[in-house]
Design a protein around this ligand. Structure first.
Ligand SMILES: *Cc1c(COP(=O)(O)O)cnc(C)c1O
Length: 362
């Protein structure tokens, strides 16, 4: 069976070894005589699975017990509400609008209080991370419950190469598409969250990391019980039935990342893959990158020929050759290569080769 070169933005490629392990264990998980899919989330066997996932993630990120680690459902999208419902205690927060998801987060925040857009790159079609000067000033002035950023803009192919300086204002980041793709300096953040299906596992698991001190006072009164981070921390992510199989699979991906050398090694590989694609784009007369160079993402690489019909032809020729998932997001068109941890250099070399031959024979 031939596996394709999978450049999908999410759900996305998973390490083949992880999938094989899941297959091997599917009918009989470690001598229990049942599948993880069939097991009570309250069983000792399952508790060991979630404990191991959490412990591995804590080692990867260097999270001590000041941090709660939650495995929730509802995607990053539900946490766009979870953030204000847990943290907007005085009713005002700052948002940086650097793309589609950042904007959705701000819109959701505005349902619960004053979600102030402190910077936006909407007028530059989100081709870069906005200038953070006004953001840093607003944080220094105080009065914000948190500052929210979307650290890697999956659709537009941009990422922060420098974080805002938030001082005493807790930094809250949606890291869905760069989670585990590079080290995170957790000391800079108050809360970090990610939908797992980009880089860390299957759809249906959202990882929320939050400083216990930030949620000590509890959420807003209107917060749905399920979204109460303090409660979920106290219940070990089991206030209700969690996504048991998804968490099991995430745990395997965390182990895989650790065995491959951890987050520094993931970053090295992702930079190598990204620089191969960006140099191919920069040397090309046909393709051009859509993100401004100083904001380029190492997780999602966006490019276009400028001609929608030609873009379509490229995507379809690529698919014919086993390179799939290269169509840009429906909002922006063009091409997008998502080069997450499980996408091997060999796949990116195949893509770069195809780009060169497509241009040559046009
Ligand atoms: C995919 C994505 C989302 C949305 O995730 P869901 O799991 O579909 O809710 C939010 N933010 C970022 C940065 C994403 O890449």
């Amino acid at each position: 069976m031939a596996r394709v070169h999978n450049f999908s933005a999410g759900p996305a490629a998973l390490p083949e070894r992880v999938l094989r392990e899941c297959a091997d264990e599917l009918l009989d998980f470690r001598g229990t005589g049942m599948s993880v899919l069939e097991m009570s989330h309250r069983s000792a066997a399952y508790q060991a699975v979630i404990d191991d996932a959490e412990a591995t993630l804590r080692r990867l990120l260097g999270l001590d017990d000041d941090w709660a680690v939650l495995f929730l459902q509802g995607g990053a999208t539900l946490e766009f509400a979870g953030v204000p419902l847990n943290l907007m205690r005085s009713g005002t927060a700052g948002y940086v609008v650097s793309g589609h998801f950042a904007e959705k987060a701000a819109q959701e925040g505005a349902k619960y209080g004053d979600a102030r857009v402190l910077a936006s790159s909407a007028d530059e079609r989100f081709s870069r991370i906005p200038d953070l000067g006004p953001v840093n000033e607003a944080c220094a002035a105080g009065g914000l419950d948190y500052l929210h950023i979307c650290q890697n803009n999956t659709i537009f192919g941009t990422m922060y190469h420098e974080l805002p300086r938030t001082g005493d204002v807790p930094l809250v980041a949606d890291v869905s598409s760069c989670f585990l793709g590079l080290p995170i300096d957790v000391a800079r953040y108050g809360a970090i969250y990610a939908g797992a299906q980009k880089n860390a596992g299957p759809a249906g698991v959202t990882v929320v990391l939050v400083r216990r001190a930030l949620v000590a006072a509890g959420p807003l009164d209107v917060c749905p019980t399920y979204l109460d981070w303090r409660l979920e921390a106290a219940k070990g992510s089991m206030y209700n039935t969690p996504n048991t199989f998804g968490i099991y699979l995430c745990g395997k991906v965390f182990r895989w990342v650790e065995e491959q050398g951890g987050l520094a090694e993931m970053e090295r590989r992702n930079r190598e893959k990204a620089s191969l694609l960006y140099s191919t784009i920069d040397e090309s007369k046909l393709f051009h990158g859509t993100a401004q160079p100083e904001s380029r993402s190492i997780c999602n690489v966006t490019f276009t020929t400028g001609d929608p019909a030609l873009d379509k032809r490229f995507v379809s020729e690529a698919a014919d050759q086993g390179l799939v998932g290269l169509g840009g997001h429906r909002l922006v068109g063009g091409m997008r290569a998502s080069i997450y941890n499980a996408v091997r250099l060999e796949s990116v070399e195949a893509l770069a080769g195809l780009m060169r031959s497509f241009e040559r024979f046009l």
